[in-house]
Design a protein around this ligand. Structure first.
Ligand code: 6CS
Ligand code: FE
Length: 299
């Protein structure tokens, strides 16, 4: 078993330790050759996220939204595990694995505007670790409590190092009132270990409402006191890129306006999943890709 550099959920005591991986991977002269500018790279390194405004055009967003409406309609009563419903049980919360089961989103996952930015900050070839749509419908879209994606991907999927990045493609205007993502800038530099023990098949509850593998109140308070809470609102077509360990969450959407975002998560080809550090069974492939290819073929 590989050495666990980021132990979590193994004892009663929460701890905050320093990150052991760079945020930007690779030498500075190589990093500067990519599509993100030097100031964008510096901002990402500093804050652990970067808002790329108007990356996708209105017609491109319209096409993705049309696809979302078909998925929403066709999967209304779908019992497949990749269709995750809100805690109430009815409303669709997320649909996973869209880069593999949908030709349009397979193309989006190969789009150089996101893939090349991922290669640049991860300093290597990349593959899709996870893709999903979070629908967060008006009035009934529930919160995603504070968490570090990496803490979950390390403990439950066996992701060895902090060398992954998420791109949230905004298909609706993300505003203060419809459950936009909140992040703690600088939190990517600290690993917050969580208390409690991972239950078997945790994903069957955590994807609906995450209560384990989340930071304790004291750790959250410390992170916010060291920094602040940002809410990078943006127009549809913008893309929020955030580092795998940046602490983030979003509130319930009690507005009439949906907050539909498509997430593409890229992992470095040099950071492929090993056995979960929790010692539990692997999570299913629709959540954590274990068959990486540089270009995941649409099947
Ligand atoms: O467990 C996961 O992989 C998912 N959970 C959250 C709250 N964010 C990342 C990912 O979608
Ligand atoms: Fe997350």
């Amino acid at each position: 078993m590989m050495t666990d550099l980021y132990p979590s959920r193994i004892g009663g005591q929460a701890t905050i330790t320093d990150r052991k991986d760079p945020v930007l991977h690779g030498e500075w002269d190589k990093l500067q050759q990519g599509r993100l500018t030097e100031s964008q790279l510096k901002s990402y390194q500093q804050s652990g996220y970067l808002l790329l405004e108007n990356l996708f055009s209105e017609p491109e967003v319209d096409k993705m939204l049309d696809e979302l409406k078909v998925i929403w309609r066709d999967r209304a009563d779908d019992k497949s595990p990749e269709v995750v419903r809100e805690p109430s049980g009815k409303v669709i919360r997320s649909v996973f694995d869209i880069h593999r089961n949908n030709p349009l989103f397979e193309k989006v996952s190969q789009d150089p505007r996101v893939r090349e930015a991922a290669e640049q900050v991860l300093g290597s070839d990349v593959y899709i670790h996870q893709s999903r749509i979070n629908f967060k419908p008006g009035f009934v879209g529930k919160e995603f409590y504070w968490h570090s994606d990496f803490e979950t991907w390390h403990v439950e999927d066996g992701m060895p190092r902090m060398r992954a990045v998420s791109f949230s493609i905004l298909l609706d205007d993300n505003m203060p009132y419809n459950g936009s993502l909140m992040l703690i800038p600088g939190s990517q530099n600290y690993f917050v270990s969580c208390v409690g023990e991972t239950p078997e098949n945790h994903f069957q509850t955590s994807l609906r409402k995450q209560e384990l593998g989340v930071p304790d109140n004291n750790s959250m308070r410390k992170l916010v006191e060291m920094s602040r809470i940002d809410m990078p609102v943006g127009k549809r077509g913008s893309v929020l890129m955030f580092e795998c360990n940046t602490m983030h969450g979003s509130a319930s959407n009690i507005s009439p306006f949906p907050r539909r975002n498509v997430f593409m998560v890229f992992n470095s080809i040099n950071n492929q999943l090993v056995e979960p550090f929790s010692g539990r069974n692997r999570r299913p492939e629709f959540i954590a890709n274990r068959t990486p290819s540089i270009a995941t073929p649409y099947v």
